[in-house]
Design a protein around this ligand. Structure first.
Ligand code: F6R
Length: 254
């Protein structure tokens, strides 16, 4: 894994957006795997700037998002579809019909999961997958478990994850209990993975994911097995890794 240190969340956004922009410039019909949450906000702001300035053209890009809450429509202001429209898609020249987020209102969730996996397979996997990481090491909504789950699936969110996300809702009770998430096959078949992390709250999860054993109890640890995975993180998130390895530079291969 290649690790790149950033000074703060704005710097994480700048470095990550540069990586994504390079992907789209080199391959204009790239399939981007995208994430929601706080972590990608600075990245998306930079991508919008790059599009507005005419440096990057998204007209031939397709996107496949990681996850969506079960029970929320795309119009709900806490749905991940709404988040993506609001924070990225409405501001770049992507064709919305080529943007994909799981349907949280699907009557048959098993069929929706199968449809999503078929979509990923038809694309031959994403060209670049952007990931955040949960405090417990989750990626997408692949929560700590006894096994890794390969397929897109419905997951029951842990109490900790619901509490972490309650900041976006009126109360914890309003946070959905389930989500549809891309599974590990969808993530690991991406040609290139970029995981971003900011803040001291992510430092233990990052440490365990990079330096600990590969285990479904720390879902992001599976990324150690990916041939092209880059982690872009701020100093606070990297603090435990710096302490353990004695690394002081800007990039390192671990
Ligand atoms: C969101 C997602 C989650 C988040 C993670 C971190 O699509 O897949 O895994 O990336 O929960 O969330 P933030 O960035 O809000 O700390």
């Amino acid at each position: 894994m290649r690790i790149i240190a950033a000074v703060d969340s704005k710097d994480v956004g700048r470095k990550t957006a540069n990586r994504i922009a390079a992907q789209v410039i080199v391959k204009p019909d790239s399939v981007l795997g995208l994430a929601t949450g706080s972590s990608p906000l600075t990245t998306y702001a930079q991508l919008i700037e790059g599009c507005e300035s005419g440096d990057v053209d998204y007209s031939r890009v397709s996107t496949i998002n990681l996850d969506e809450y079960v029970g929320l429509s795309g119009e709900h202001d806490q749905s991940y579809r709404y988040f993506m429209n609001h924070n990225l898609f409405d501001h770049i020249n992507v064709d919305k019909s080529r943007t994909n987020v799981p349907n949280g209102l699907a009557a048959d969730s098993a069929a929706e999961c199968a449809r999503y996996d078929a979509l990923i397979a038809a694309a031959g996997g994403t060209d670049l997958q952007l990931l955040g990481i949960g405090n417990n090491g989750h990626i997408g909504f692949n929560e700590p478990d006894e096994t890794f789950t390969a397929a897109t699936h419905v997951v029951e969110l842990t109490e900790g994850t619901r509490q972490a996300n309650a900041r976006f809702f009126t109360s914890i009770d309003a946070v959905p209990t389930h989500a549809i998430t891309m599974g590990m096959r969808g993530i690991m078949t991406s040609k290139c993975i970029v995981l971003i992390a900011m803040g001291v709250g992510k430092s233990q999860a990052l440490y365990d994911s990079i330096l600990g054993p590969v285990t479904p109890l720390i879902p992001a640890s599976i990324l150690q097995l990916h041939p092209n995975c880059t982690i872009i993180a701020d100093e606070a998130a990297l603090s435990l890794i710096r302490e353990e390895t004695g690394w002081t530079g800007e990039t390192i291969e671990l």
